[in-house]
Unconditional design. Sequence first.
Length: 206
Amino acid sequence: MALTLAIHPLNPQPRFIAQAAAVIRKGGVMVYPTDSAYALGCAVGNKAGMESITRIRQVDNRHNFTLVCRDLSEIATYARVDNATYRLLKAHTPAPYTFILKATSDVPRLLQHAKRKTIGIRVPEHPVVAALLASLDGPLVSSTLILPGESDPLIDMDEIERRLSHQVDLIIDSGFCGLEATTVIDLEDGAPQVLRRGKGDPAPFE
């Protein structure tokens, strides 16, 4: 049975953040809020956690996970970023964007696109995520909470607990946080190419 923590969306309680971080450090998988929708997450390097997320979502091993980072300095550890790309990222983070970048050698193979050697990276704008990443002192592996046969993320907390409490180790309840997938921008070749647009995106890359 998953541990459920009700964490304030604007002023996260430090004791609950510490509890959540402890679960993740021990190899746990969680449901947590982002600035676009609820997501599934675990620590980087947690192969069993990634496999669990894959089973929950019923996707194959070609599924693209996202690396959720605190800031641009952390992004540089996992992705190759030139000066022009850095300026673009600085102008558009934190925000509900996923950027596809060339992966560095520090990125586990399971996180990379098998053929292109790229990685999806996010810097979300949500106080709970920011507090959790600070406590963990490292990024999270993440995938939007879209269950098999559904097109939209799961948002009702009672439904999340009913369907996932026996499949994850932690559920963070921070109320409604959105019902939209992130906008995905491919920066592998430098010039931004929008691969998917979120419903509320004002189209800053066109």
